[in-house]
Write a protein that binds this ligand. Structure first.
Ligand SMILES: C[S@@+](CC[C@H](N)C(=O)[O-])C[C@H]1O[C@@H](n2cnc3c(N)ncnc32)[C@H](O)[C@@H]1O
Length: 275
């Protein structure tokens, strides 16, 4: 009897995740053809964010993983499609801003709130240079950091459209702040040696490969804030991974029960161990 209830609960969870996946694929295709239907996608993302932050869903997901000894097989596909959807939402948010309109969604409020807490003890000062990997079409993080700390911020993105809109958003919201955006990779960035703090957007799939690459490119005291989501949060974020312990060591974790992603703070191994 108990086992039947458990099987039903697990099937329910799989069905809910599969439904989110199907809805996101349909919304993405619709919005890519016609931006007018963006509000349906925004509502779905808000529903999805609330689902992730619901404690009983977190417990159900945890039980599923414990029993099956692996996450539900749909998780990587769900993380991929939601990353694409959020990217599209940022483009539209940028377009609306350029047209003088506003976008209010729980998703964006959530992200913007998280930015305050990124580095824990490794505070950013006006003498620092912050690199954001995956700056997006609506670069909220660079704008908030530059305004709040006076630090120089460099954002990079693989997507030319994201850089183009990102520059227009900065011109509109923070024209006098020291923010630069480039469509480039970390190994091609001339300022890389000046970088003191790095933030990874949670929806960059290869973020841990880029972190490994940064080891040889950055100075000894560089600190990294890696946004990630494990367990239920991994349906909307790429998860935390192990690093080469001779390179980067996780020195702090900012777990945010009310936010859609958490943050792992890394330092170079010899500095973290005080040698
Ligand atoms: C949703 S967005 C941005 C985050 C948000 N605007 C912020 O300020 O926190 C994620 C961005 O990461 C970019 N991205 C994905 N893979 C990347 C990579 N390998 N290198 C750089 N950017 C990447 C995407 O093109 C997308 O614009």
């Amino acid at each position: 009897m108990k086992q039947n209830i458990q099987i039903e609960t697990e099937m329910e969870l799989e069905l809910e995740l599969a439904t989110f996946y199907r809805n996101f694929v349909a919304h993405y295709q619709k919005v890519a053809l016609n931006f007018e239907s963006i509000s349906e996608l925004e509502n779905e993302v808000d529903r999805f964010s609330r689902y992730i932050l619901n404690e009983s869903n977190t417990l159900r997901f945890h039980d599923w993983q414990t029993t099956q000894m692996r996450p539900p097989s749909i998780v990587p596909a769900l993380a991929d499609i939601t990353a694409k959807c959020v990217k599209l939402m940022e483009v539209l948010r940028a377009k609306r801003l350029i047209l003088g309109e506003q976008t209010d969604t729980t998703y964006f409020q959530n992200i913007e709130h998280c930015i305050q807490e990124e580095f824990g003890q490794f505070e950013i000062t006006s003498n620092d240079t912050v690199l954001l990997v995956g700056s997006g079409a609506y670069p909220m993080t660079p704008i908030q950091i530059a305004k709040e700390t006076g630090a120089k911020v460099v954002g990079i993105d693989i997507d030319a459209e994201a850089i183009d809109y990102g520059r227009q958003v900065i011109e509109a919201l923070a024209p006098n702040e020291p923010i630069e955006l480039y469509q480039t990779t970390v190994d091609q960035l001339p300022q890389i040696k000046d970088v003191t703090h790095v933030i990874f957007s949670s929806t960059v799939p290869v973020k841990y490969d880029i972190l490994a690459q940064l080891y040889a490119l950055t100075g000894p005291n560089t600190v990294v804030a890696m946004r990630y989501g494990n367990d239920l949060k991994s349906i909307f974020n790429y998860p935390k991974r192990d690093t080469n312990p001779k390179q980067w060591v996780c020195v702090d974790e900012v777990i945010q029960p009310d936010q859609i992603f958490d943050i792992a703070v890394y330092q170079k191994a010899d500095i973290a161990r005080g040698s």
